[in-house]
Ligand binder design. Structure first.
Ligand SMILES: [Ca+2]
Ligand SMILES: [Cu+2]
Length: 365
């Protein structure tokens, strides 16, 4: 197993704050410390803040969105992987039997158009708007603009990420960009908090990691991808990831340099689209690489095996990252290889990036 941690996937907001603006001032509203602290506080006070935000908004039940929901029966499955492609440090293994309850899941990631309806109805302000910036991919900016922003706006060692002033869900590459032609692409630049706000408004919720992985496997047992073990069966692309040399040459052989429409590739066995690639999807779990193999926790095996909801935030020294699944258009075998269904990553609840989105679920009645 690989032990080296390559964190190309989703940089956290606190990784550049404090080192990105002119005169050493962060472009965002908070210092690095406040920035990280704010995310945690937001989680604790989320319900209160949301109550204010959505007071006037129509809250529709899960059933109202029936046409795009798939009923998942649930049951026992083999979660995780022992593959030598796995990132050991991420806690992908070992393979263990886990049970999930029946639930309903969106066929697609939440689109820009859908998120726009939510913002229009509620006036919700996303985290990136509060900070005044979000992480965009350097290769998606004009050469001139990327050069102007320079390296100071990149997290250490991750020069392909740039903290772009004014970047937000509806201006993905900064103030002069817009969503034209991307209405049916997944919404991006949404933090975990922003995803939760949408879920509450739409009467749904995020998936647990176990639910997400169960759904992504589409009824297959211990396959690498939602459709099987071959990345390009019969020479056909099945997901939107990176082809070429990361991070400088993107041949877009799969048809897409950045995000793609949420229904762009064939669905998996459960009728779910883009469970691998395109954008990372937030789950409701806190990220811990060790909780599910912690002997102390496993004394009560039910916690980690029976419809697990992830560790409590107080676990260990306290958890700071929410868990994301699925990989994104930036993922490449040579670099992070996290578009496999067992792969996982995480980010702070207030962080937003050009390759992070989400989909919703709800309980089966
Ligand atoms: Ca691609
Ligand atoms: Cu990746």
């Amino acid at each position: 197993m690989s032990t080296e941690k390559k964190s190309c996937c989703t940089p956290s907001a606190s990784s550049v704050a404090g080192s990105m603006g002119k005169n050493g001032e962060p472009i965002g509203q908070s210092s690095a410390v406040d920035h990280a602290g704010k995310g945690l506080k937001n989680v604790d006070t989320l319900q209160v803040e949301l109550a204010a935000v959505i007071r006037e908004a129509p809250v529709s039940g899960c059933r109202a969105h029936g046409e795009n929901l798939v009923a998942i029966e649930g049951g026992a499955f083999l979660m995780g992987t022992d593959s030598d492609e796995a990132w050991e440090a991420d806690g992908e293994g070992p393979v263990r039997e886990v049970v999930v309850r029946p639930f309903h899941i969106d066929k697609f990631a939440v689109t820009n158009a859908q998120y726009g309806e939510f913002v229009k109805a509620t006036g919700y302000v996303t985290d990136s708007e509060k900070f005044g910036w979000s992480f965009a991919f350097r290769g998606h900016l004009s050469k001139k603009y990327a050069a102007k922003l320079g390296d100071a706006n990149s997290p250490p060692g991750l020069r392909w990420w740039v903290a772009v002033p004014g970047a937000r869900w509806d201006r993905p590459e900064g103030e002069r960009s817009n969503l034209k032609g991307r209405e049916d692409h997944p919404v991006t630049h949404v933090s975990w908090n922003d995803a939760m706000a949408y879920c509450h408004w739409s009467g749904k919720r995020l998936l647990t990691e176990a639910e997400w992985e169960y759904a992504a496997r589409g009824g297959l047992v211990q396959k690498k991808y939602p459709w099987g073990d071959a990345l390009e069966p019969l020479g056909k692309h099945r997901c939107n990831i990176w082809q070429g040399k990361f991070p400088d040459e993107n041949t877009a052989a799969d048809g897409y340099v950045g995000t793609c429409p949420v229904d762009a590739f064939l669905p998996n066995g459960y009728g779910l689209y883009c469970m691998s690639g395109n954008v990372w999807e937030w789950t409701s779990d806190w990220f811990s690489p060790t909780w599910h193999v912690d002997a102390d926790v496993a004394v009560d095996e039910k916690l980690v095996r029976d419809n697990p909801v992830g560790p409590p935030q107080e676990y260990g020294n306290g958890l700071t990252h929410k868990l994301q699944k699925g990989g994104s258009f930036l993922c490449h075998r040579s670099y992070c290889n996290r578009y496999r269904v067992a792969a996982r990553t995480g980010n702070t609840p207030d962080s937003s990036t050009a390759n992070s989105g989400f989909r919703c679920a709800c309980d089966a009645e």
